[in-house]
Write a new protein. Sequence first.
Length: 352
Amino acid sequence: MTRLFLFARHLALAFVLVGAATTAGPVRAFEYNILTGGPTGTYIQFGRDIAGAASNCGIELNVRESAGSLENFLGVRQRPVTQFGIVQSDVLEYLRTYAAGDPEVARAIAGVRIAFPLYNEEVHLIATDAVQSLADLAGKKVAIGVQDSGTFLTASLVLDLSGVTDAERLTIGPDESLRQLKAGEIDAFFYVAGAPTKLFQDPGIDPARFHLVPMTDPVLRAVYLPARIEAGTYPFQTEPVDAIAVKAVLMTYEYDPAKNSYHRESCKGVSDITHVILTRFKQLQESGHPKWKQVDLNDIPPGWEVGGCVNTGLAPNYALPCDTPPAAMAAPDESKANSVYRERICAVMGGC
């Protein structure tokens, strides 16, 4: 865990040294951006689905590739005109663990908000036949993702929680990991992505040599969501596999429209795009990535707070030139922001 703590503090210091995007100076032309992931992952497909829906409403949302969750978390705080990022919910949970004792980490997560909960991401571990369980990774070469990725964070936690401390952990990305696995240069690699993910549709993955490793450790299944990757999800996979999953969320920032023009424009973009997602949610489920069908907009993960600009875009009287929106329900023991969010979601979805 020490290794991860040091990385979290390094990430927090990056926020402090570079400064948040919320204090950015003037930009040439205001734009809206969403940080996603690699070219074959589910994040980028979700980003493109959202951008497509926004485009149909006359709003341009630029979809940016990234290393994944940690870079996205950092980018929403640090990069100018970057209002959204798709991240794993355990990134915030991990950083919050150290916030009380470390002021830099606490400052790093201040202002972070959720726009929408998305889908559960399965933790994939693909390996050679020599690896039948997590315990078999001892002494083996295992790729855990590049250092700014959510895969890196989750894989590191999974190995630590499972007591696998003597595996050789390699920080390389999913495409290179797959190449090295097929070439016999590594024994296994982790990849956190919503199934089915394009990476594992590769016909070069020989089912006689490689398989998905089940994760049935009770400690892991208490910390993460139990999941199952059904048989036939991938060409090489003939049997169902017990797995674990983590929630993906659409992250944003708590912009203050009264602060300056940058905040005002960013808040408007957040309001517009969250409004587009809600009012076109059924279309996204019908024509977007298959994971949209698993999205429950009321399933806000613990520790996440809904942004004020998000709730503005969900208001009954909020309208864009391309449509006319609707509006009112709540859950007990919630913050006012989350309660308002839930009421508006239920109204648009026709009840909860």
